[in-house]
Design a protein around this ligand. Structure first.
Ligand code: FAD
Ligand code: NAI
Length: 475
């Protein structure tokens, strides 16, 4: 006899486990199937985000930033350190502990919300009168039937053609997060989000880092002024970023990796490194789902085709997160998961794609929400821009971190905020105010009239709002 559920979620990453919790809160009987294994073969829910993405990368970014501060910045504060050491094994073990705390937290949440968790691979068998039959293949095999199915199977790292990941020398994000010792020379292909975050970690720990980027522009999706400021800061830190390259043959030997490429001038160059991280984007994952068994429609990229409400071509089958269109971000996956669970329960779930924030956790951090200046120009929207540098912010001076700025873009006629772009300290936290403001369709004047604590970095946001009206007080 197969077990019956109102909702079966396939995939326990941020899209899936959050969808399961919200559905359970709304009174549905819920199962969540996830196949991720920890090093002992046990369940490790949380998906890419928890196991090899957001969480471990931020743990290593934090550890490496402490090391960088102790090595280079404590002296400015009158603190001298002698005998500074680096224990990479301990750093990695701490990261693994942080990951495990998150895995365990999700298992606890499943129990708390009475969600049946199945450790194994979920695949479609067939449509039945009461929904869909789903097979779980794991330690034991089980047959489940769900009235509604939510597919949240995530994404995998994209490899360069002909250069598969071996996770020893040619690394995806997985291998990049567990390099056992600081490589002398580290190469990265792709100066996107992973390239910059992982490149920063290993540079801070002492590696000589070179990033090869195919496009001629740096961080093309980011507001140009912000990207320029970030590029300047990264170059000053010693990250070598080569733009407009065409990567050719990659050869692995006992000594390491050699990457042949043509630089922006078309000259043939070879980069010799100890390890190579390939961070050229991710592909939606439907491996093992047996989408064909029920006729679930995929697009040419392998993503599950969904409408604005995350409905697939099959009645009662939904898909969320990295496996569908849109930005590959954990919080986007979560929002979709919540909205789908609410729609299944007959409510009006909603995701506002215009106010999804982006954060790159480098130093300085980069964060933005809404439209860039390039996008507004291209769309012919008349706008006003205001910016404020952290150099003129008292808290940033006290922190000793005055790189960057807050920039606000507002509609020329209505003053509604259309975009906020930040490069600088704590940009990841500062962006939340901008998201709230945009969600409430605030004007720049609204932010300019709100009392912000002094001294705080958030005063730079208020000053950027004042700058839209050309009346900054401190610059
Ligand atoms: P996933 O997290 O990929 O989860 C999918 C789960 O489904 C996995 O556990 C997988 O094992 C399981 N699964 C797949 N197929 C099956 C099957 N058939 N049966 C059972 N289980 C299955 N995003 C941010 O917002 N902030 C960040 O700071 C950030 N940092 C990142 C850093 C790195 C290095 C990487 C690689 C990504 C980062 N991301 C970040 C992106 C973020 O991890 C993803 O957007 C997010 O994990 C997507 O969630 P998801 O639930 O759609 O899929
Ligand atoms: P990405 O899309 O951010 O960047 C990939 C880069 O590689 C691009 O600049 C692209 O032009 C370049 N590229 C592609 N093919 C190339 C080639 N053959 N040669 C040279 N360059 C090439 O992808 P990335 O960094 O792999 O990250 C994947 C996704 O994971 C991100 O888009 C993001 O959605 C998510 N992520 C989010 C983080 C965050 O929110 N802080 C952190 C890390 C990842």
């Amino acid at each position: 006899m197969s077990k019956q559920f109102d909702v079966i979620v396939i995939g326990g990453g941020p899209g899936g486990y959050i969808a399961a919790i919200r559905a359970a809160q709304l009174g549905q009987s819920v199962a969540c199937i996830d196949e991720w294994k920890n090093s002992k073969g046990g369940p490790a829910p949380g998906g890419t985000c928890t196991n090899v993405g957001c969480i471990p990368s931020k743990a290593l970014l934090q550890s490496s930033e402490h090391y960088d501060h102790a090595s280079h910045h404590f002296a400015d504060h009158g603190i001298s350190v002698s005998g500074l050491g680096l224990d990479v094994a301990k750093m990695l073990a701490r990261k693994d502990t942080v990951v495990k705390q998150n895995n365990d937290g999700i298992l606890y949440l499943f129990k708390k919300n009475k969600i049946a968790f199945f450790h194994g691979r979920g695949s479609f068998v067939k449509a039945v009168d009461s929904g869909y039959e789903i097979k779980v293949t794991g330690a034991a095999e089980e047959l489940l039937v769900g009235k509604h199915i939510v597919v949240a199977t995530g994404s995998n790292a994209r490899a360069l053609p002909g250069t598969p990941f071996d996770e020893e020398t040619i690394l995806s994000n997985d291998g990049a997060l567990r390099i056992g010792g600081v490589p002398k020379k580290l190469g990265l292909i792709g100066s996107g989000v992973i390239g910059l975050e992982m490149g920063s970690v290993w540079r801070r720990l002492g590696a000589e880092v070179t990033i090869l980027e195919g496009l001629p522009t740096f961080l093309g999706a980011v507001d140009e002024q912000i990207a320029k400021e970030a590029h300047k800061a990264f170059t000053k830190q010693g990250l070598k970023i080569e733009l407009g390259v065409k990567v050719g043959d990659i050869k692995v030997s006992k000594k390491g990796v050699s990457v042949a490429y043509a630089n922006a001038k078309g000259e043939a160059v070879t980069l010799e490194v100890d390890k190579l991280i390939v961070s050229i984007g991710r592909v939606p994952n439907t491996i093992g789902l047996a989408a064909d068994a029920v006729g679930l429609k995929l697009d040419e990229r392998g993503a599950i085709v969904v409408d604005d409400a995350c409905k697939t071509n099959l009645p009662g089958v939904w898909a969320v997160g990295d496996v569908v269109r849109g930005p590959m971000l954990a919080h986007k996956a979560e929002e979709e998961g919540v909205a789908v669970a609410e729609r299944i329960a007959g409510q009006h779930g909603h995701v506002n794609f215009n106010t999804i924030p982006w954060v790159i956790y480098t130093s300085p951090e980069i964060a933005w929400v809404g439209q860039t200046e390039q996008q507004l120009k291209a769309a012919g929207v008349k706008y006003k821009a205001g910016s404020f540098p952290f150099l003129a912010n008292g808290r940033a001076r006290a922190l000793g971190d005055t790189t960057g700025m807050v920039k606000m873009l507002a509609d020329a006629a209505t003053d509604e905020i259309l975009g906020v772009h930040i490069v600088g300290p704590q940009a990841s936290e500062l962006i939340a105010e901008a998201v709230v403001a945009m969600e409430f369709r605030a004007s720049s004047e609204d932010i300019a009239r709100i009392c912000h604590a002094h001294p705080s970095l958030s005063e730079a946001t208020k000053e950027a709002a004042l700058a839209v009206d050309k009346r900054t007080l401190n610059f």
